[in-house]
Design a protein around this ligand. Structure first.
Ligand SMILES: [Fe+2]
Length: 298
């Protein structure tokens, strides 16, 4: 089994690097760790960086996960290889670009590009966003899946992910104490579906709501509260349609609860996404009859 410790970064292609940088800093509130002609590294916490925009195809997304055992990369690659996945080791130059000591990349069965990294760089420079968004750190992503039960099985059997809850077929998966670090949302293609940063308080959620509206940023869901994780949230649209989320108050499932915790099944309906009654305007969260999928039978 591949024992993942935490999510580490996302890498997104863009055909307008300056616009992506302006959005990430002025709107989201991230901090520039460093930038070059063709990429910008963004900080949201003590990690070297948690988001990279690079000049390239806007559909080119990669998510990076850190292994629990810093020396476990060979074993993890071997495990994937045995399971029939094509593993590509990062070159020295690619490791330098990712600010990790070593990594390999593979594609999951939907085709999502995933880096598994060892000894990613931390930073002695404190994060201080360009605007006071209250961000405490990069927290989780939504990942698209073209076959939820198949991909859920991969993340839970080949890796150490556990299902915290389901909404319809969408599995909210934890790899540590956070209710979900990865959420698999049914879609017709691969890619990152949303990017979450935690903020300090509910005040930051509502301050962001006023601020984003004032800036003309499209709010696509919220303010609201998830019945699954208990988090209060706000989702908004960034460059190339990428959805960004701020949230606060996400449930934690402590190690001593692991033996007794049971995932809950929520129906595919708006109340499963928000118990305040907000309706999502996000393709993968749509609960109209045409988009609704029956719950998979075991
Ligand atoms: Fe989320």
């Amino acid at each position: 089994m591949i024992d993942l410790h935490d999510i580490r970064y996302v890498r997104l292609g863009t055909d307008n690097l300056d616009q992506a940088k302006q959005f990430a800093t002025r709107i989201v509130g991230l901090d520039i760790a460093r930038e070059s002609r063709d990429k910008v590294y963004l900080k949201s916490d003590q990690r070297d960086h948690t988001l990279v925009y690079f000049k390239g195809d806007p559909a080119d997304h990669t998510v990076g996960f850190e292994l629990r055992d810093p020396h476990g990369l060979d074993a993890a690659a071997g495990h994937l290889d045995d399971a029939g996945f094509k593993v590509r080791w990062g070159t020295r130059e690619e490791c330098e670009q990712r600010y990790v000591r070593a990594f390999f990349n593979f594609r999951d069965l939907t085709g999502n590009s995933v880096d598994v990294v060892s000894r990613p760089f931390h930073s002695g420079i404190r994060y201080h966003g360009e605007r006071d968004a209250g961000i405490t750190g990069f927290n989780h992503i939504g990942l698209k899946t073209t076959d939820s039960p198949r991909d859920e099985s991969f993340w839970t059997r080949t890796c150490n992910a556990r299902v915290s809850d389901w909404i319809g077929d969408a599995a909210l998966l934890r790899i540590n104490i956070v209710h979900h670090t990865l959420a698999l949302f049914p879609s017709s293609s691969a890619g990152i579906q949303h990017i979450n940063h935690q903020v300090e308080s509910v005040d930051d959620i509502l301050k962001a709501w006023y601020f984003l509206k004032e800036q003309g940023v499209r709010i696509v869901f919220g303010p609201g509260r998830h019945p699954t994780s208990g988090a209060m949230f706000l989702y908004f649209e960034g460059p190339h349609g990428m959805v960004f989320e701020y949230s606060v108050g996400v449930r934690q499932i402590q190690p001593e609860e692991e033996a007794t915790y049971r995932p809950r099944q929520f129906g595919w309906e708006p109340w499963s996404f928000c118990y305040w009654g907000a309706k999502p305007d996000i393709p993968e969260f749509r609960t109209t009859p045409a988009a609704a999928k029956p719950v998979a039978q075991p």
